[in-house]
Ligand binder design. Structure first.
Ligand code: PLP
Length: 304
């Protein structure tokens, strides 16, 4: 639009700046404030945009319920610790997130919350919450996704040998996680499973891998420098109800060929079955996938 404001068709977004955001950091103002999404809020010197130096979370929201908010907040604090950022005041963040979700009021939405290191040299982090419509995930949720395996170039013990690489933190440095989607598209696929340089299954660029071998469900062990998924917690609870245990294990990439079912789990898509892996068609258990999807969509807030 000529005045610089989003056109009427722009999807609705609610923006809340979090002012009293971290321990040991004097609050800029009261706890948080809703701001005009068309107005600029960030300095061009902020280390979030200039260096990807910060942490974030994305929570799925349906009918006002925030899925696994507790685990998301805990992971936010863990990522902040890994990046040596001040500890976020989680009670304030929770109030700010709930306020933004209520202000948006949409049915199937997502809340993203971000804390950056702020302007270089100040030591004052900057934080905000945005709430927006979720993408249209109908097709990946039911039809599934075509996936390729790509080498991440790190060994599976990278989290222990080189913690400064921040593997397992949900940092803002997601350019690589987006670049791999373009590489997937060049290979005629939609998503990716990262593989360690020593040949183990890791995770997707925005998802946790769940594998089925007979009556066994397996997911890669978090100590391999991968993010601990919050959706996985709800999936584990659902599968336990079905009589299945989910084991955390190091899985050699060659074993993927034997899997009877493969899924990518994440807060927004919930459980996307993999229908093609490295160009080979893969079986999709539609019945189980549908039930898993409903369990994730209807989960009470507390689980995860
Ligand atoms: N792994 C990575 C790298 C991610 O970015 C995400 C989520 O975006 C996940 C796994 C899945 O986590 P969650 O289930 O909490 O969305």
């Amino acid at each position: 639009a000529p005045d610089g404001r989003p056109a009427a068709s722009t999807p609705r977004i609610v923006v809340v700046m979090v002012d009293d955001l971290a321990e040991g950091v004097p609050p800029v103002a009261a706890e948080f404030r809703e701001v005009d999404p068309a107005e600029p809020q960030l300095s061009v010197q902020d280390l979030g945009p200039t260096r990807g130096d910060g942490v974030f979370e994305t929570v799925g929201v349906k009918g006002g319920r925030l899925f696994a908010l507790g685990p998301h907040l805990a992971r936010f604090a863990k990522s902040a610790r890994m990046l040596e950022l001040p500890a976020p005041k989680l009670e304030v963040w929770e109030r700010a997130i709930r306020h933004a979700v209520a202000a948006h009021g949409g049915e199937d939405i997502a809340a993203k919350f971000v804390m950056t290191r702020g302007i270089e040299g100040t030591g004052v982090p900057v934080g905000w919450v945005t709430v927006f419509e979720s993408g249209d995930f109908a097709r990946p949720r039911t039809e599934g996704v075509s996936v390729v395996t790509l080498d991440r170039g790190y060994r599976s013990d990278v989290a222990e040998t080189s913690p400064w690489l921040l593997q397992g933190a949900k940092s803002l440095s997601y350019a690589v996680n987006k670049a791999v989607l373009r590489e997937a598209a060049r290979r005629d696929a939609e998503d990716v499973i990262f593989v360690s340089s020593d040949g183990y299954v890791l995770e997707g660029p925005s998802s946790t891998v769940l594998m089925r071998f007979g009556d066994e469900f397996v997911t890669p062990a978090a100590r391999q420098g991968i993010l601990e998924g919050t959706t996985l917690g709800t999936a584990i609870a659902f599968l336990a109800g079905e009589g299945f245990e989910v084991r955390h294990e190091q899985v050699p990439v060659s074993r993927l060929a034997d899997a009877e079912g493969l899924w990518l789990l994440s807060s927004t898509r919930r459980a996307a079955p993999i229908n093609r892996l490295d160009g080979e068609a893969r079986p999709v258990d539609r019945d189980l996938t549908e039930r898993l999807q409903s369990a994730l969509a209807d989960a009470p807030e507390g689980i995860g």
